[in-house]
Design a binder for this molecule. Sequence first.
Ligand SMILES: C[S@@+](CC[C@H](N)C(=O)[O-])C[C@H]1O[C@@H](n2cnc3c(N)ncnc32)[C@H](O)[C@@H]1O
Length: 351
Amino acid sequence: MTAVSRLAFQLAVRPPLSSSLLHQRALPTCRRPAAPRRRHGTRRQAPSASYGTEGDAQAWSGFRTSGIRPKQSLGQNFLRDGNMVSRIVQSFGAAVDELCPDAHVVEVGPGLGALTTRLVERYPDMLAIEIDRRAVQYLHENFDGLAVRHGDVLETDWPGVAAEVAKPLAVIGNLPYNIVSQILFSLLEAPSGTIGVAVVMMQKEVAERIAAKTRTKAYGILSVVAQLYAKPRMLFKVPNTVFYPQPDVTSALVQFEFQLDECLDVRNTTLTRGLRTVVRTAFNQRRKVLRNSLRTLCEEKGVQLPDKWARKRAEEVPPPEFVEMTRFLFEKELETPELVPLSDRPTTVWR
Ligand SMILES: C[S@@+](CC[C@H](N)C(=O)[O-])C[C@H]1O[C@@H](n2cnc3c(N)ncnc32)[C@H](O)[C@@H]1O
């Protein structure tokens, strides 16, 4: 990446892309490598002063030396354990190598660079997106040449970023726990080919909801969406002792292999909107059978729910069947669907 394009990259805030342009733009897709593990770029010297040693001190020193106090409102629980940092970065590297070796790396919420310091060694062209001005300044001062975008990750135009680098993206992050679901929905609903893989840390309870099977208490909206748009896998649990300050909950690292379920077309706004309505309405009254929870929607659409769904509860319906149900309920609208990716729009109903 040239200095000019890197600058443009850092300054870009939702570049105005018309939807037609977006459709014309061929986003490259992830291909598994034929050969074994690849190396990425050249190695870059890790930022020196603050990150000199192994173990705890390595990740810990960022906020110790900067004097920056963590803000709870920004979900700032910094990683303080160098061994855990290594384990997370290794897991991410393995996922990228296996699933999307040509991807461009994006870190969400780099904070004071606990993960970044290891990531830049391997991915020197990576992009970091951070909302906290103090952290952005710290990163500029300590990570020479790192592309840092100061902004809200929820405003990120993921297809725009992928188009900028002409590669699919590999996303990593110790996510701010107050907005985990919103971040995940924005990644999951990005148009096919935008994101190849994501390895992100979140509360264990959210990770369990993502991977939940039907007929369990944890199975819900997030499970349906995550499993339709990607193949989620919990990699390992993370104790709260590796963070500063310590959160009350245990965490987990989750890998998402992005591949679209064949029954779902994310470009089809009508279908995706309909799916949201159906899934949300069904789970808002999860104890009721669908004949009752979807009664008003069925009346609006002038249809009767087929028997195969009528007596089921939302938690008994596997993700692909929600798409089938949406196609049935929104049949008329789908005759002339709106074909614009939802992530091309500034707001969405999940948020
Ligand atoms: C859990 S901390 C992780 C920090 C660092 N990666 C680490 O592991 O030590 C979450 C980070 O996300 C940042 N953040 C919070 N909300 C954000 C948002 N909406 N957009 C971008 N970054 C955000 C916080 O400022 C913080 O740096």
